[in-house]
Every structure is written in structure tokens, then in C-alpha cells.
Design a protein around this ligand. Structure first.
Ligand SMILES: Cc1cc2nc3c(=O)[nH]c(=O)nc-3n(C[C@H](O)[C@H](O)[C@H](O)COP(=O)(O)OP(=O)(O)OC[C@H]3O[C@@H](n4cnc5c(N)ncnc54)[C@H](O)[C@@H]3O)c2cc1C
Ligand code: FES
Ligand code: FES
Length: 497
């Protein structure tokens, strides 16, 4: 099995590797040690590399380059892709423009994080023609510099990318036709099906390309683990030293990567990444733009899927409360049939879902908003970017003459599962314009939820901040509060019980 690596004209064979091997381990075992390991958890960006893949845009095949965290991506998921590491940037003695800009602007200090920053700049170089500070912040959202050296790195980003038009094309632009042809050839092969012998037992890896083939392979191997982006699952390999004996990668299944924009609903394939889903979501719910900005970092968003965010059944996943508030339904599929389940019924306990053996999430369907509907979302976390929620709240409210006609509210971080708050919904309808709204909301929350205490927040904090978010949302709707202030634990205001 082959991938295209850096500036090599001929594809590189991945070799016989344990399917649990990460891209980072594979690179370093193959003497490409420019890519560093910091946290091995997707948090620091020292391991950032760039992946090019063939995608269709306006009916044409183009290569899209995106940054990823190699520490939590599996090496086998690079099959048929173009992997670019920091070793693949310079052409002979000539540094790539983003490397040169880092030198000129003194952007490299400790050096350990520098390859990761350079690769994020390289991804921006290929995706942007003009930068502003918002785009730079997003492009660098997955890279940590512990010596507070962001200023010269940001200056390097500005100068390299905004001067792009004055530079000669880099290797990847000059050779794009050849690269496209090679990638197309590498992707002609249908399903990937590998076995690796490990001390007498076999470890299997499958990457089917169609829904039918996925159904079949899961039916034959119902105990195999499903892998989508792996931004959650692969932490079990890197943090808990777990080894899976059969991995089925669903990210190459064509049907699971589709977004169907229909008259009354949006249907998002479960393997669609956050980055790819964002424009469709923001088109119908513009309020989600700032919310999605708060989801992880760009390299995680480039790889993490919406289906994975739901199937992992984390009580602090960000998308489930939003999708519950929007009345989303899941299409669940296995060889013997398809069924539809309301998302609010999908979570049946801590990290437990209604999925049966051999069953997978095919898609998520969201009804499009009615004219007078308004979605309000709030995420409370310690860091603004790249941090998991302490509490996440989504309220979908339908208004008539400024009065709520119907409302759906859901929370993450408030119980064992993402959960709808039905008592609270009734309180909002009954007390919308009344003095007691805040007090009643707090009491309803206390009755309906038993939040947990952990490193992110205490149970009492979670209750109080949730009540505050309800009050804030109501004030936003009435035009009496500003939406989407920077929300951190530090600036939350408290309400008396
Ligand atoms: C640094 C970092 C920051 C993060 N920040 C956030 C954040 O801000 N907010 C947030 O909500 N999450 C965050 N996450 C968690 C994670 O990125 C998301 O939950 C992500 O959407 C998981 O998707 P994935 O495709 O990577 O799932 P995977 O890791 O591939 O899979 C997760 C689980 O779902 C199962 N699965 C996946 N797809 C399917 C399917 N179609 N059918 C059935 N089962 C399936 C897998 O078997 C596995 O058990 C973060 C993770 C990291 C490492
Ligand atoms: S090593 Fe820290 S994000 Fe990969
Ligand atoms: S330059 Fe590496 S931590 Fe700042």
C-alpha cells in the first residue's frame, strides 16, 4: 500500500506495519524526525504535518492540502494521500517561503515547536491568498508556543502569505498535475484490506470505499472497532497504550462523506469532517460560526468527523447539545436494515449509545429552520480555542410577537450524557417576561440534572453557570445583552440559588 511522500516523484510503500501505528511513529521510524512529539494527544501541534487529498470542486478534481496532528492519525489512513512533512518544503538549498519568513521574522525560538508552526503556515500558504488576523489565529489554533513567541510567527504568516503572488510557485504548485495523476492512480484500488502478524496473532485493518462494502465487512466482523477521524479513538492508543485487533476505517466510504442539502432538511454523512460541514451548517444557522470556531483547533477540525463526535457519546461533546436542540435524527445502518433514531434518544448512559453490534451511524438529518426560529449556543471552557467544554448549552427558540412559541434546550457537561432540558423549556414558556424567570430556571435545572465534578468544573459551578447561560440567552433574544462575548470560566457571572 502506497502514499505520496513530500517531493518524491514515486509513491512510497507504507510497509508491513501494525495498524495501530500512528503517522508520527511511522515518520520517525523512517528517519523523518523533523516532525516532533510533544503531547501525543492532539493538543500542542509539535507533530503537525500536511495531508493532500483529491477532492472535487466545481466538478474538477483538485488537491486540497490540510494540516493534521500526526500523533493521533493512523499511518494506514495515509494510503492514497500526499503526506507533506517539514522535510518536504525546501527545494535544494532554497527554503520554502514560509520557512524563509520564519527566519526573517525571527519566528523560531526553542525550535521544538517550529516544524509544527511551519507546517501550519504551509497549509495556510496553500489555502489562502490574503490573510487577516482571524484567519491566522484559526490557522495557528493548534500550535502552542510555550515561550510566548507568537508575535514573530504571526508576522511570518502575514509576510509569507500576503507576498505569495510575488514568489515563484513552490514544488507543490509547479507539480500539481503530476501529483494529481499519481494520487488518482493510487486511489484506483478499491477497498484496503490488510493483516499484520503480531506474535502469532493477526491484527486487521479495513478501509472500505462504499456503503455496501462497509455493511459487509462490519457484518462479518461485528466486534471490530470503527475508526473515523480517530481524534478521539486514537487517544486510547497513544494515552492508554491500547492496541485494537481489528480496525475498520469508515472515512473513505463515499456515501458517508456526502452532504445532501434538501428542501426541508440537511443530511450530513457521518464521516464528514467538522471543517467540511461548517459552511453548510453556518449557511442555515449563522449563529454557529462563532460556536464552531470554539471547536478544537484547525488540525482537529480537518480530521474529526461529526459522526465521531456523536458516536463517542461523550457527555462534553459540543455538537450533540446543538443537534438535540435542532431536533436532529440519526440514520443507523447495518446489513440487515436501516432505522431512524432521534438524537436525544441515542444516548443511553455514560459513553453508551443505542448502536447495536455491527451497526453504524450513516448520517445526521437536521430539519431546516423556520423563519422565526433562533438558535443560541454557548460554550464554557478554560481556553478560548482548542479546549473541551465544561458546559455547553444550545437553545432553539421559535418566537411570535417576541414571545416564545416553542423552545428546545439541551446541555453538555451537565449529566452522564448530552441531555435535553424539558422542564426548563416549560419554565421558559411560562415565565418568559416574569421576574422569576432566572430563579425558576435555576430550580428546574437543579431538579432535572445531576452534574458531576471534575477537573473542568465542580457540579455547583456547572449548575450556576448553566442557569446564567439561560438568563443570558433570554436577554440576548430580548436585545438586552450582547451575544457571544468571550466565554471563559473566569468571566462567568453567578446567580443566587
Ligand atoms: C485536542 C483535541 C481537542 C478536541 N476538542 C473538542 C471540542 O472542542 N469539542 C468536542 O466536542 N470534541 C473535541 N474533541 C474530541 C473529538 O475530536 C471529537 O469528538 C471528534 O468529533 C471525534 O470524531 P472522530 O471522527 O475523530 O472520531 P473517532 O475518534 O474516529 O471515533 C470516536 C468514536 O466514535 C465511533 N464512531 C466514529 N464514527 C462512527 C460512526 N459513523 N458510526 C458508529 N461509530 C462511530 C468510534 O468507534 C469511536 O468509538 C477534541 C479532541 C482532541 C484530541
Ligand atoms: S504531539 Fe502534541 S499535538 Fe501531536
Ligand atoms: S518557539 Fe518553541 S515553544 Fe516557543
Amino acid at each position: 500500500m502506497y502514499l505520496l511522500l513530500n517531493q518524491n516523484a514515486t509513491p512510497t510503500e507504507l510497509g508491513a506495519i501494525n495498524p495501530n501505528t500512528t503517522v508520527l511513529q511511522w515518520l520517525r521510524n523512517n528517519n523523518l524526525v523533523g516532525t516532533k512529539e510533544g503531547c501525543a494527544a492532539g493538543d500542542c501541534g509539535a507533530c503537525t504535518a500536511v495531508v493532500g487529498e483529491l477532492v472535487k470542486r466545481n466538478n474538477k478534481q483538485v488537491i486540497r492540502y490540510k494540516s493534521i496532528n500526526t500523533c493521533i492519525a493512523l499511518a494506514n489512513s495515509m494510503i492514497g494521500k500526499h503526506l507533506v512533512t517539514v522535510e518536504g518544503l525546501a527545494e535544494g538549498e532554497n527554503l520554502h517561503p514560509v520557512q524563509q519568513a520564519m527566519v526573517t521574522e525571527n519566528g523560531s525560538q526553542c525550535g521544538f515547536c517550529t516544524p509544527g508552526f511551519v507546517m501550519s503556515l504551509f497549509a495556510m500558504y496553500h489555502n489562502e491568498d490574503k490573510l487577516n488576523i482571524t484567519k491566522i489565529n484559526e490557522g495557528l489554533s493548534g500550535n502552542l508556543c510555550r515561550c510566548t513567541g507568537y508575535k514573530p510567527i504571526i508576522a511570518a504568516a502575514f509576510s509569507a502569505i500576503n507576498e505569495k503572488a510575488n514568489n515563484a510557485a513552490d514544488y507543490y504548485v509547479k507539480n500539481q498535475t503530476k501529483i494529481k495523476q499519481t494520487l488518482a492512480r493510487l486511489n484506483e484500488d478499491q477497498n484496503v484490506c490488510l493483516s499484520y502478524k503480531n506474535n502469532g496473532s493477526a491484527i486487521h485493518y479495513d478501509a472500505p470505499k462504499s456503503l455496501k462494502d462497509l455493511e459487509k465487512v462490519l457484518d462479518n466482523n461485528p466486534k471490530a472497532i470503527i475508526l473515523a477521524g480517530g481524534t478521539d479513538l486514537n487517544l486510547e492508543i497513544t494515552q492508554s497504550t491500547k492496541e485494537f485487533d481489528h480496525i475498520i476505517n469508515i472515512s473513505q466510504v463515499q456515501e458517508l462523506n456526502a452532504i445532501n442539502d434538501e428542501k426541508s432538511k440537511l443530511e450530513i454523512g457521518s464521516a464528514v469532517t467538522y471543517q467540511d460541514a461548517s459552511s453548510s451548517l453556518i449557511k442555515y444557522w449563522p449563529e454557529l460560526e462563532s460556536f464552531l470556531h470554539r471547536f478544537a483547533s484547525l488540525p482537529i477540525k480537518n480530521w474529526a468527523t461529526i459522526g465521531g463526535n456523536i458516536a463517542n457519546a461523550s457527555p462534553i461533546g459540543d455538537m450533540p447539545p446543538v443537534l438535540i436542540a435542532l431536533e436532529a435524527k440519526l440514520k443507523l445502518r447495518k446489513k440487515s436494515g436501516v432505522r431512524s433514531v432521534r438524537l436525544e434518544d441515542f444516548f443511553i448512559g455514560y459513553k453508551k449509545t443505542a448502536l447495536e453490534e455491527g451497526e453504524f451511524i450513516e448520517s445526521i438529518t437536521i430539519p431546516k429552520p423556520a423563519t422565526k426560529e433562533r438558535l443560541i449556543t454557548h460554550k464554557i471552557s478554560k481556553r478560548y480555542e482548542d479546549d473541551i467544554s465544561a458546559v455547553c448549552m444550545a437553545m432553539n427558540i421559535s418566537l411570535h410577537d417576541n414571545q416564545p412559541k416553542s423552545v428546545r434546550i439541551a446541555f453538555g457537561g451537565m449529566s452522564d450524557t448530552p441531555q435535553r432540558a424539558e422542564q426548563l423549556e416549560q419554565v421558559l414558556l411560562d415565565y418568559w417576561d416574569k421576574e422569576e424567570l432566572a430563579q425558576k430556571a435555576y430550580s428546574a435545572l437543579k431538579e432535572e440534572f445531576s452534574p458531576f465534578s471534575d477537573v473542568r468544573a465542580s457540579a455547583e459551578y456547572r449548575l450556576q453557570v448553566s442557569a446564567n447561560l439561560v438568563r443570558k440567552s433570554a436577554l440576548e433574544i430580548k436585545g438586552e445583552a450582547v451575544a457571544n462575548l468571550s466565554e471563559t470560566n473566569n468571566e462567568s457571572f453567578y446567580m443566587e440559588a
